[in-house]
Design a protein around this ligand. Structure first.
Ligand code: LLP
Length: 417
């Protein structure tokens, strides 16, 4: 298990060697705080576990597209899994080359495909025959060849939250594994496509790696069948999905164990194995730092009102996701309270925790909303005309603001009367 970068020292919660109350003083609240070393050590755990097997670790940019994170991962040698032209733009702006970029997603527009072809990305993970035809035509017009993987739906149950499970027939994602061989055959008529890859992604936040291993088995047999038909598959992209513990009682498989498991199955098969981890690289490396504004009681119900809200972190409202909430200053003599932790947004759905026993915190106290590095800041919005939170990157005892808090002026910058 990789160590958490967040620890108490003298009862003050720290990120690496920096006290979080210092960060709140300089960056204000709410703000996201990330640990550079936690992200890098997780990336390296992936990379190292592959050993000599030809591989690419393509960070799923959707989990957190802060430029500081992208540039750090690019320098460490990561590739990138993107799902929009905007993500490609950010990856390139972060200084990454296009050669290790794969473009996933069920609804790529012609403009996005053209942009990716012009930049020369590694490949497209395609989700329909119509998309193949479009990429072929655009590649032809630009005088380029496009490397294609069909995103296969291996029909295994990811056993995760229904909103983030993707690998079953009933989902909009991928192409049925029964139909995919014929589509590869037909796709051979597209002269601007290079058909040497297959891909899949069965879901996210998998705490049990067995479905991922089952998907790999199905993909390896598919590769055998395709090769027998003369379609020389060289790349297998297994997608992302490895989960992280959001609760102290949860156990997630370690990155090293998971990769070792799949590496052993792929060794000797003559394929380059690709993975697209998002959450498992950044979730545990980040928290959302917030300040308590008020305490309030309605009947028997206790509320802790903080300055972070659903527009900053929507996961609790959207998925009923659990995020631990810890006091930045720990004082066991204060005891605990069972309360709803809520934000200032005008929605009953605006909660960060419900009926949660947490430290007895009071107005002015700081709290850390944990495991918020993935699908946190990227899903934030300006709802209620709230300015988006600042983002801070910490390393050792230093830290810097890598995204400034939005200003009121930012709220109107793109609008006209
Ligand atoms: N590759 C593809 C094609 C994906 O669709 C995803 C995630 C990933 C890779 C990265 O998966 P990860 O390693 O992060 O599990 N907003 C939700 C999660 C949505 C995941 C969507 N796809 C949440 O907050 O839990």
């Amino acid at each position: 298990m990789l160590e958490t970068p967040f620890t108490y020292r003298d009862n003050i919660y720290h990120v690496e060697d920096a006290p979080l109350d210092d960060i709140a003083k300089k960056a204000g609240t709410p703000c996201y705080v990330y640990s550079a070393n936690a992200i890098l050590s997780r990336y390296k755990a992936y990379d190292r576990a592959f050993g000599n097997l030809p591989h690419r670790v393509c960070y799923a940019v959707k989990a957190n597209h802060n430029l500081a994170i992208l540039s750090m991962l690019a320098r460490a040698g990561a590739g990138f899994d993107i799902v929009s032209g905007g993500e490609l733009y950010k990856v390139l702006r972060a200084g990454a080359g296009p050669a290790n970029v794969v473009f996933s997603g069920v609804g790529k527009t012609a403009a996005e495909v053209e942009y990716a072809l012009e930049q020369g990305i590694h490949s497209f993970n395609c989700e329909s025959e119509a998309e193949l035809a479009l990429i072929d035509a655009l590649a032809g017009r630009l005088g380029k060849k496009a490397r294609i993987a069909l995103r296969v739906n291996p029909d295994v149950d990811a056993e995760t939250h229904p909103y983030i499970s993707t690998g079953l027939k009933e989902h909009k994602f991928g192409i049925d594994i029964q139909e995919v061989e014929e589509i590869y055959q037909r796709a051979r008529w597209h002269s601007n496509l290079i058909l040497d890859s297959v891909s899949c992604h069965i879901g996210s936040q998998l705490l049990n790696p067995e479905p991922l291993v089952a998907a790999l088995d199905r993909m390896l047999s598919l590769i055998g069948r395709l090769r027998a038909k003369g379609i020389a598959i060289e790349y297998l992209d297994l997608g992302g999905g490895l989960g992280v513990p959001y609760r102290p009682t949860e156990n997630a498989p370690s990155i090293a164990d998971y990769i070792t498991r799949i590496r052993n199955k792929v060794e000797g098969r003559n394929v380059t194995l690709m993975v697209e981890p998002g959450r498992s690289l950044v979730a545990e490396a980040g928290i959302l730092l917030s300040r308590v504004l008020y305490r309030k009681k309605n009947g028997n119900k206790e509320f802790i009102i903080v300055d972070a809200a659903m527009n900053d972190l929507i996961r609790p409202a959207l998925y009923r996701a659990h995020h631990e909430i810890l006091p930045v200053k720990r004082d066991p003599s204060r005891g605990t309270v069972t309360a709803d932790v809520v934000g200032p947004v005008c929605e009953s759905g605006d909660f960060l925790a419900k009926d949660r026993e947490i430290a007895n915190v009071f107005p002015g106290d700081l709290v850390a909303i944990c495991t918020a590095g993935a699908y946190g800041a990227v899903l934030s919005s300006n709802y209620n005309a709230r300015t988006r939170a600042a983002e801070v990157m910490a390393a050792g005892n230093g830290f810097r603001i890598v995204r400034r808090r939005e200003s009121y002026e930012d709220l109107v910058r793109l609008e006209k009367v």
